[in-house]
Design a protein around this ligand. Structure first.
Ligand code: AMP
Length: 180
């Protein structure tokens, strides 16, 4: 990869490390830490996340605990938006709404503060990986319960073979790197 040119999708893909059998046997974990450690690649990711989204057209970027925060906060700065942390149960200090879901490995409950979103606020949802789609679907549910207007969902990585997109049918979903 030249230091002059804009990184390609192949460059981004090459910076994602496949870790077999983590956190459980049979799961191939997509480790984004090499990508995060390279400023050109990280910036390219953020450029692609916000591509086509006008500054000021989103009120809040919702990021999912924990790797989603890394991308959501940078995207929010670009878009002139605030951030909503979607957190694992028990981490938020104020009153919350919660949603449970199945994960590719295990189960989880996500929470948002009850006042995280005002009705009609325009929300962009960002996460690192779309696997089975349970995490994103639960988050969409939380956003809709608070009457947010979901304007887009962007994943850095989509594991297409797990079919997670099906659970988000009708939603404006985009991914930067797809493993079909
Ligand atoms: P899912 O609910 O199955 O779509 O899982 C998505 C969430 O789990 C994301 O927040 C990811 O951070 C994480 N995740 C699931 N599968 C993987 C994987 N193979 N590699 C890395 N992260 C994963």
């Amino acid at each position: 990869m030249s230091s002059e040119t804009t990184p390609t999708t192949a460059d981004l893909r090459d910076a994602i490390r496949n870790v077999p059998d983590f956190p459980k046997p049979g799961i191939q974990f997509k480790d984004i830490t090499p990508l995060l450690a390279d400023p050109r690649l990280f910036r390219e990711c953020i450029d692609r996340i916000v591509e086509g989204i006008p500054v000021g057209s989103v009120d809040l970027v919702a990021g999912i605990d924990a790797r989603g925060f890394l991308f959501a906060s940078a995207a929010a700065l670009r878009l002139g938006a605030g951030i909503v942390p979607v957190r694992k149960k028990g981490k938020l200090p104020f009153a919350t709404i919660e949603q449970s879901y199945s994960l590719e490995y295990g189960t989880n409950t996500l929470a948002m503060h009850v006042d995280a979103i005002r009705p009609g606020q325009r929300i962009l949802l960002v996460d690192d990986v779309l696997a089975t789609g349970g995490t994103a679907k639960a988050t969409v549910n939380l956003i809709e319960r608070l009457k947010g207007d979901l304007v887009g969902i962007v994943f850095v990585i989509e594991l297409g073979f797990l079919g997670g997109r099906a659970g988000l049918a009708g939603k404006p979903v985009r991914s930067l790197i797809c493993y079909p």
